[in-house]
Ligand binder design. Structure first.
Ligand code: GUN
Length: 291
């Protein structure tokens, strides 16, 4: 059996096209959605992600401004910037790129973001609502929301399915588990300390791999026909290519594609969806602000 590929690039492009039209309609009414990014320090991966987010904003017509702060910035300075952006009517969404340097209090900074501008969905109140039955977060975190959107737009049902999430990070594993639960999946969260991981992941109708270990999920970890969503982005050395490394997911693509029913590639699966959902959240914030 060979899995069908879930094309994140194509699905993200469809969302970008929809948003481009929506932004044009908003601009015709005098409303330009605006996103502010806050980048602290010189983490090269974070710099790349933030640059890409700004580029995509420009492509769909969203105004964006980047704020870069040195690695030794104080807690008070970051919080003051966030408060300034909260008060700026040109800004509908504020994104503080994570991780932050160790000396900063991440929770306090994320808590300082106005709930209505929390387009990354990491404000503790939004996360708390995500974790509660019958409550709705104003925004869901972008990568987890992108996973759900990939399933929905591919027509793959979630309700009643056995979903297994491998990984328990604040950015992906925990929030995607909550979103799957809200959509009536039966959810198991497993992680590096779980016993007999393959036996757990083999139960999954929907397997979300978000553990950050290159090609950890092998063919015998996967139930035949399962939907496998690979959130991992790992660098592995590869002297045969010019830049010296290649990107692989948490799933061993070559072996798992022979077992799974559906599979996301890396790159080109979940990655582009993170930005698409950020843009979508920013447009939603702008629409709410002008109601
Ligand atoms: N770091 C890794 N993923 C993300 C994300 O989706 N948002 C932010 N702010 N930081 C991240």
């Amino acid at each position: 059996m060979t899995a069908q590929l879930i094309d994140g690039n194509a699905i993200a492009k469809a969302i970008h096209d929809e948003l481009t039209q929506e932004v044009a309609a908003l601009k015709a009414r005098g409303v330009t959605p605006g996103l502010a990014t806050v980048l602290v320090g010189d983490n090269t991966a974070s710099q790349t992600y933030v640059r890409m987010k700004q580029k995509r904003c420009g492509e769909v017509g969203i105004y964006s401004e980047g704020h870069e702060l040195p690695a030794n910035v104080t807690q008070e300075e970051v919080e003051a910037l966030v408060r300034k952006l909260n008060a700026d009517p040109a800004i509908n969404g504020i994104l503080v790129q994570l991780p932050l340097p160790d000396h900063l209090d991440e929770e306090a900074i994320l808590s300082a973001i106005s709930l209505e501008k929390d387009v990354d969905g990491f404000h503790p109140i939004n996360i708390g609502r995500l974790a509660m039955k019958g409550r709705e977060a104003l925004f869901a975190p972008c990568t987890p929301a992108g996973v759900i959107e990939l399933l929905d737009r591919t027509g793959l049902p979630i309700a009643g399915k056995e979903a297994v999430v491998l990984g328990r990070s604040n950015i992906v594993g925990l929030p995607v588990s909550m979103l799957l639960l809200k959509r009536d999946a039966t959810v198991t969260i497993c992680h590096s300390r779980s016993r007999d991981l393959p036996a757990i992941t083999r139960r999954a109708d929907i397997l979300v791999a978000a553990v950050g270990r290159a090609e950890m999920v092998k063919a015998d970890w996967v139930k035949p026909g399962a939907v496998v969503i690979d959130v991992g982005i790992n660098r592995v050395d590869d002297p045969s290519v010019k830049r010296g490394y290649r990107l692989v997911g948490d799933v061993d693509f070559e072996s798992v594609k022979e077992v799974a029913g559906w599979l996301t590639p890396v790159p080109g699966g979940v990655g582009p969806m993170t930005i698409a959902m950020l843009l979508k959240n920013t447009v939603t914030a702008a629409k709410r602000a002008c109601k």
